[in-house]
Design a protein around this ligand. Structure first.
Ligand SMILES: [Zn+2]
Length: 269
């Protein structure tokens, strides 16, 4: 990549995201969550064998989850989209940041060439993908960036941008949230737990709060696509996410994990 191109991309990113970690919070409470239904509009995401689209599954789960959280707690939830329209990837985390959100959760459904591929997995941001599958998932989820006309390849340009933005404590919190989500799914889904993974997702890259991307099931798997059409299964997934978020909130608020802002404060000294 040319130096000029890198400088331009880096400048663009700074304009989009502002200085990293500028909006620190003093209290440890979780009062606002941004839920991001993946894809939307012209970007339908992955498609199942009989035509079910990832964007619709993601929105259905996100809406249910918002309703559950707001009905049962005093946490406020805002969605990055509440209808079938496209929102650029970097605007999604920017939206969370501008709203001073405490958590960012992006909801997706997985796809693979192999119809038999099965299971659920949850990601947090990493410069390197955990494995080849994780790399493929990130490339797929990042590919809409190219559809939008901006040429940002995850393999080189993104790495430069991300290397400056990774914050150990925030990543640690993200990994704990991801683990809680996986444990919750394990209890309600009778499919493989593919684990917590890391990969360079554009949609997570601007987040200054704990942020995860969950792939709830393989829409490309005929049996799972059928389940994803079932309202009671979507309810189950949403309830599981709700319970995991509450579990994470408890750990977070009891100060049993390092808090990002402590580290940020130390770094400033
Ligand atoms: Zn997706």
């Amino acid at each position: 990549m040319s130096r000029l191109r890198f400088v331009l991309i880096a400048a663009l990113f700074l304009v989009i995201s502002g200085p990293a970690y500028s909006s620190e919070k003093d209290n440890r409470g979780i009062s606002l969550i941004v839920i991001d239904p993946g894809h939307g509009g012209f970007d339908s995401g992955a498609k199942g064998p009989t035509g079910l689209e990832e964007k619709d599954v993601a929105l259905a789960v996100a809406k249910r989850l918002k309703e559950l959280i707001e009905k049962k707690t005093n946490i406020k939830v805002i969605l990055t989209r509440d209808g079938d329209y496209f929102v650029p990837l970097d605007e999604r985390t920017l939206f969370a940041k501008n709203n001073n959100a405490d958590l960012f959760i992006s909801i997706h459904a997985n796809a693979a060439r192999r119809n038999a591929a099965d299971g659920f997995e949850t990601y947090f941001l990493g410069l390197e993908a955990s494995d080849d599958d994780a790399r493929a998932v990130a490339m797929y989820e990042n590919s809409v960036r190219n559809m939008g006309g901006k040429d940002l390849r995850e393999s080189d340009d993104l790495r430069f941008i991300l290397s400056d933005m990774l914050n150990t404590a925030t990543l640690n919190e993200s990994s704990i949230l991801a683990e809680a989500i996986q444990k919750g799914f394990e209890r309600v889904m009778k499919i493989e737990n593919r684990g917590v993974k890391q990969a360079p997702f554009i949609v997570l890259s601007g987040a200054t709060m704990p942020a995860v991307l969950t792939e709830i099931a393989f829409i490309s798997n005929p049996a799972q696509e059928k389940r994803l059409r079932d309202t009671s299964f979507l309810n189950k997934i949403s309830e599981s996410l709700y319970n995991s978020i509450l579990g994470y909130k408890k750990i977070y608020e009891e100060k049993t994990i390092p808090i990002a802002s402590d580290e940020r404060a130390e770094q400033k000294q």
